[in-house]
Design a protein around this ligand. Structure first.
Ligand SMILES: Nc1ncnc2c1ncn2[C@@H]1O[C@H](COP(=O)(O)OP(=O)(O)O)[C@@H](O)[C@H]1O
Ligand SMILES: [Mg+2]
Length: 305
């Protein structure tokens, strides 16, 4: 097949995307496909129209690549693409919207409050922080509604620290969440097609419990797959993750991030286009499920629509 491999882009996760793209390109070539790698730029549409690919493999992360922008263009051009379609991308990219949908489906996600920049700047929302604390409790986590790789995520232990944390989160997006901090084991469930892959656990290697960005830098966490869980826990975590994937309308693949706390699994977010580098969680989970990287790429391609 003639594959347009979309990688790079303008999001803060450009670097990860280039690494995902390089690994995917290698796999596609070894599978015998014809591959042309494209970065996002003003000529994207004309290049795609000229190339007439059979399918677009989207190895983009973050804004524009993962939020439905590129998917909408491809769907307009009639080019099948990998991963979730436009609406599912939009729902997953927006953590506040995702959580409302999860709640509507009776799926567990921590309590939260969403603040827009306008609410704080123009409507005096700052005087509601005490109320927010009454809703979500302390500690709480402040995070931008969209973004990835833990960018702008901060734990707040005192109400007077909320403004600073919100300013940080709002520097990444025009909306931010204050969410109940959940103590527990950090798990990720990747879904390929309609199958939940073995659960991955991120185990922090040092005492950086509150510094999530550091945790995901090399050496900040080690990953165990399959996670050492009881069968019933694995079953419950996988069930909830698969239900979240379905609730958001995902297809092809996605990764659901959860925390397994005292009250069972709590869903933090759904990533419509999870990392595809050698060290990323989806490839690790596939491997543990007996699916090689090449087989995984071929399956993702087969699921394109
Ligand atoms: N409510 C929460 N309770 C505890 N830890 C959290 C919570 N929300 C986020 N975190 C931590 O921050 C990391 C990133 O948060 P997440 O919501 O997955 O956003 P993203 O990965 O898109 O940056 C999580 O993997 C987890 O370590
Ligand atoms: Mg995450």
């Amino acid at each position: 097949m003639k594959v347009a491999l979309l990688q790079g882009g303008r999001s803060l996760e450009r670097g990860v995307s280039l690494r995902s793209g390089a690994r995917v390109s290698e796999a596609l070539l070894s599978l015998g496909h014809e591959v042309e790698s494209l970065d996002l730029g003003p000529d994207l549409v004309s290049v795609l129209e000229q190339m007439q690919p059979d399918v677009a493999f989207i190895a983009l992360h973050g804004i524009e690549g993962e939020d439905g922008t590129v998917q909408a263009l491809l769907e307009l051009l009639g080019i099948p693409h990998t991963g979730p379609r436009v609406a599912a991308c939009q729902r997953s990219m927006d953590k506040s919207l995702s959580k409302y949908i999860l709640r509507e489906h009776g799926l567990p996600t921590p309590d939260w409050v969403t603040y827009s920049e306008a609410a704080i700047r123009d409507f005096g929302a700052a005087s509601s922080f005490q109320k927010a604390v009454a809703t979500v409790g302390l500690p709480l986590v402040a995070k931008p509604a969209s973004q990835g790789s833990s960018l702008g995520v901060k734990v707040v232990t005192r109400v007077e620290d909320i403004p600073d944390a919100l300013i940080t989160a709002l520097s990444y997006d025009s909306r931010a969440l204050l969410e109940t901090w959940v103590s527990g084991r950090e798990l990720a469930v990747s879904v390929l097609g309609d199958r939940a892959l073995p659960v991955v656990e991120a185990i922090p290697t040092d005492n950086n419990a509150y510094d999530f960005e550091a945790r995901y830098e090399i050496g900040g966490a080690s990953f165990e797959c399959p996670a050492a869980l009881e069968d019933a826990q694995t079953e419950e975590v996988s069930r909830v993750a698969l239900a979240a994937y379905v609730a958001l309308g995902c297809s092809g693949f996605a990764r659901v991030d959860l925390i397994l706390g005292e009250d069972g699994p709590m869903i933090l977010e759904i990533n419509a286009i999870p990392g595809l580098t050698e060290t990323s969680l989806l490839p690790q989970a596939a491997e543990a499920g007996g699916i090689s990287f090449e087989e995984m790429v071929e399956q993702i391609l087969d699921l394109a629509c």
